[in-house]
Design a binder for this molecule. Structure first.
Ligand SMILES: [Zn+2]
Length: 280
């Protein structure tokens, strides 16, 4: 009477194993369990609480530029290991691993294309590439993109996502703050319109340079935006930090951010701002 006997052992476990990995994801804000294909349809925004998950540059690219108009600028630029940096593992190996993981050569990808039929220069940072850290190539690519926008008199949009300067490149990475700021100053003198979009997280050297130099600064809801982390600040000032400190909404309240935009509204909002301020 075989049908009365359980022929397979650990049936429950076997069933569990049959669920493909990565199909379900827990929202860190509201703890709802979300179905990944559904989440992709909502641009990785939780439909229960509006939590904005971190996404790959391709999502912003597809979202913002009109179909078939994107041309990538300088995708071949790669970081070297100028200081021969080695801390636990070799920096060159880290770069190779990050390139393999993300399919890109650096933590920022730059494009020219059309946004709602308006020619724009667009840079998108990738937090998945060594924490979106700003090394000499990220700085160079942002500088070149700014130069492109200056020459072509088009609006410049930069989606920021970064843990800060790339410590593996030491002072060379810190210099990128001055370099990108100088290019942006020239662009501004020539009447350029620069709009950074701060996503989770925007911190360190990026906040201290091109993240905060926009004519209009936009942010995604709930993004961490700051220079030093809250733990460091708390230790330094010896006081508890206010609720919501270093989040988009807090920065909007204090005047560091001009507007908080949900992901699905990014394109129409950008088009509206550009048409008002750039006269396109
Ligand atoms: Zn949620």
């Amino acid at each position: 009477m075989n049908w009365f006997r359980r022929t397979k052992k650990n049936l429950l476990e076997t069933e569990k194993k049959n669920i493909p990995d990565g199909l379900w994801i827990k929202c860190p804000s509201c703890s709802e369990i979300l179905y990944k294909p559904e989440l992709d349809k909502t641009l990785s925004v939780c439909r229960h609480c509006g939590h904005h998950f971190r996404v790959r540059p391709q999502v912003y690219l597809d979202l913002l530029l009109d179909e078939g108009t994107a041309n990538e600028l300088n995708p071949e630029l790669k970081s070297r290991n100028p200081l021969g940096f080695k801390e636990g593992r070799n920096y060159s190996d880290q770069l190779k691993k990050a390139a393999k993981k993300t399919g890109a050569n650096e933590a920022v990808r730059c494009f020219q294309g059309l946004l709602d039929s308006i020619p724009v220069a667009l840079g998108v940072m990738d937090f998945g590439f060594i924490g979106g850290s700003m090394g000499s190539v990220v700085g160079e690519k942002v500088a070149r993109l700014t130069a492109y926008a200056t020459e072509n008199h088009c609006p410049l949009i930069l989606i920021c996502a970064s843990g800060g300067a790339r410590m593996q490149e030491g002072a060379l990475s810190l210099m990128q703050m001055a370099k990108t700021s100088a290019y942006l100053a020239k662009y501004s003198e020539e009447g350029g319109l620069y709009i950074p979009i701060l996503t989770d997280p925007t911190s360190g050297g990026v906040t201290a340079s091109y993240g905060m130099l926009g004519d209009v600064i936009l942010a995604e809801p709930g993004a961490f935006i700051g220079f030093a982390g809250p733990r460091v600040i708390k230790q330094t000032i010896g006081q508890d930090l206010p609720k919501g400190f270093q989040r988009s909404e807090f920065l909007l309240d204090k005047g560091f951010v001009d507007h908080i935009v949900t992901r699905k509204d990014l394109k129409p909002t950008l088009a509206k701002i550009i048409r008002h301020l750039h006269g396109t």
